[in-house]
Design a protein around this ligand. Structure first.
Ligand code: GBH
Length: 488
């Protein structure tokens, strides 16, 4: 919320800069996020079995742009104390990290004690420092042996995931009170099973693989949610949610209607959110109808978008205690019909692109659109009955060893201000974890694009965590519970 205009007078300069102050609620929780494969290293240590990202990064001519792997990464398996120190130095009160499925269960679904011990130690240490652990169960490192059975396209995966979730609740649920089942299914389902630019690098025609993946992800999430409620909640009293990512879709011109915007949002966010958070449940109606019709037109006897049974719709409906939201960027949208295009390559028939005026990061897909976060939060409030929201990722990329990361500082200031405005307007956002605590393995971009607020030189055997300027910003925000944005 904007409280007042603050006059900053710079003694050495003869002019003044106006800054706007945006406040946060007193119980707001600040923290940072990471993911197992991106930081841990120790890929073949203590009984960890191979994952689909070991397969993707180890193969000849891998698609990782710099030929790198997560074999060592930030070495957090050994240096987790450095991560805890980095969190402490800022005053963060929560740490979102993920557990590697291949570390905690063996190929025969037995518990791997060494893997359990590692996370147990990490959780205990965080708690000693009064940092709440927020755990993502699945941040993309699927055991390879499960991919060999079809991975997320095989319905059997739902039971495997439920067993994995059970193992986590059982061993860590006494201390972990915030569980996120999946990170960004929109990224890994289509990336992994439709387009092939993410592990396991499978391509299928017309998103068939991606839709199957999404379907099983939703069922697996529901199974894990109900398992918690039925078997663990009474004792453990925690919360379970799912992490979804989306941008906001802005009309590209005056011919683009609210209906087009909603359609774009339903095909993106709604594909995952509607079955869980909407008033009616199930896939968004626009999506259901469009894909059923197209499937018929394509001469199929089944829809490329699988159907839930009535019982499944009911069990998924409301099956989350919060929505974990990753927000990075937004787009302008325009329907194909306006462009005179043949609607062949996307079921939504909506084209999205960037405004040339939006500031660019070191990642081609990432431009700065703080207004998008504000509009997205309000869209979620209006469409999903104002759920509890945690912003679990938000961040900016630059080149390696950019310690004076002024681009990130500016991006974070503007996005925190947008979040503050949304809270003022009634959105229930209670936690923010910046992506990312440290530089790490950025998937197919390897180590070429950096998201950390702490830099790491990946040839340094000690993997020193070096604070960037954005660390100072986060210290100030945590201390004061407000952010200042320069006004021109
Ligand atoms: C998140 O994904 C991840 O959760 C995290 O692990 C990652 O490190 C971080 O953000 C930064 O990337 O089709 O080539 O334009 C971010 C969302 C969505 C980013 C899909 C890349 C498309 C790439 N991602 N996206 S491209």
């Amino acid at each position: 919320m904007k409280l007042f205009l603050k006059l900053l007078t710079l003694s050495s300069l003869n002019f003044a800069i106006f800054a706007e102050i945006y406040n946060f609620p007193s119980n707001f929780v600040w923290g940072a996020a990471s993911a197992s494969y991106q930081i841990e290293g120790a890929w073949n240590v203590d009984g960890r079995i191979p994952s689909i990202w070991d397969t993707a990064s180890h193969k000849n001519n891998s698609s990782v742009v710099d030929g790198s792997t997560g074999d060592d990464a930030a070495m957090s398996y050994y240096y987790y104390e450095k991560d805890i120190q980095a969190l402490k130095d800022i005053g963060f009160k929560t740490y979102r990290f993920s557990i590697a499925w291949p570390r905690v269960l063996t190929k025969t679904n037995q518990v791997n004690q060494a893997g359990i011990d590692y996370y147990s130690k990490l959780i205990d240490r965080l708690k000693e420092e009064e940092i709440k652990p927020m755990v993502t169960m699945y941040h993309w490192d699927l055991p390879q042996y499960l991919q060999d059975l079809g991975g997320w396209t095989n319905p059997a995966i739902v039971k495997y995931f439920e067993h994995y979730a059970d193992t986590l609740y059982k061993h860590f649920g006494d201390r972990v009170k915030e569980w996120i089942t999946f990170n960004e299914p929109a990224t890994f389902c289509d990336g992994g099973y439709s387009w092939g630019w993410h592990a396991p690098e499978i391509r299928t025609e017309k998103q068939i693989g991606g839709y199957l993946c999404s379907h099983h992800i939703l069922l697996a999430h529901g199974a894990a949610y109900h398992l918690y409620k039925n078997k663990y909640f009474a004792d453990q009293q925690g919360k379970v949610g799912i992490c979804l990512n989306t941008g906001y879709s802005f009309p590209a011109n005056e011919n683009v209607t609210d209906e087009h915007v909603d359609r774009a949002m339903h095909f993106g966010l709604g594909r995952y959110a509607n079955p869980i958070y909407s008033v009616d449940g199930d896939y968004p109606r626009v999506m259901r109808e469009a894909i059923d019709q197209k499937s018929t037109d394509e001469g199929r006897r089944w829809s490329r978008l699988p159907h839930f049974t009535t019982a499944q719709v009911e069990s998924l409906h409301g099956a989350a205690d919060f929505l974990a939201l990753n927000y990075y960027t937004s787009s302008l949208i325009q329907p194909y019909s306006h462009l005179g295009w043949n609607p062949a390559d996307s079921d939504s028939e909506i084209h999205s692109f960037h405004d040339d005026n939006w500031k660019r990061s070191s990642s081609s897909w990432l431009v700065s659109v703080p207004e998008g976060l504000y509009h997205l939060l309000l869209w979620i409030k209006d469409n999903y009955n104002n759920p509890l929201v945690y912003i679990t990722e938000n961040g900016w990329s630059d080149l390696p060893m950019t310690i004076e990361d002024d681009g990130r500082v500016e991006y974070l200031r503007e996005h925190l201000a947008a979040m503050s405005r949304a809270i003022t307007d009634g959105c229930r956002v209670e936690t923010y974890t910046v992506w990312s605590l440290t530089d790490n393995f950025e998937w197919m971009r390897g180590y070429t694009e950096r998201f950390g607020i702490y830099a790491i030189n990946f040839t340094d055997p000690e993997r020193k965590r070096i604070p960037k300027n954005s660390v100072d910003l986060m210290k100030q925000v945590v201390r004061d519970n407000f952010v200042e944005v320069e006004k021109d």
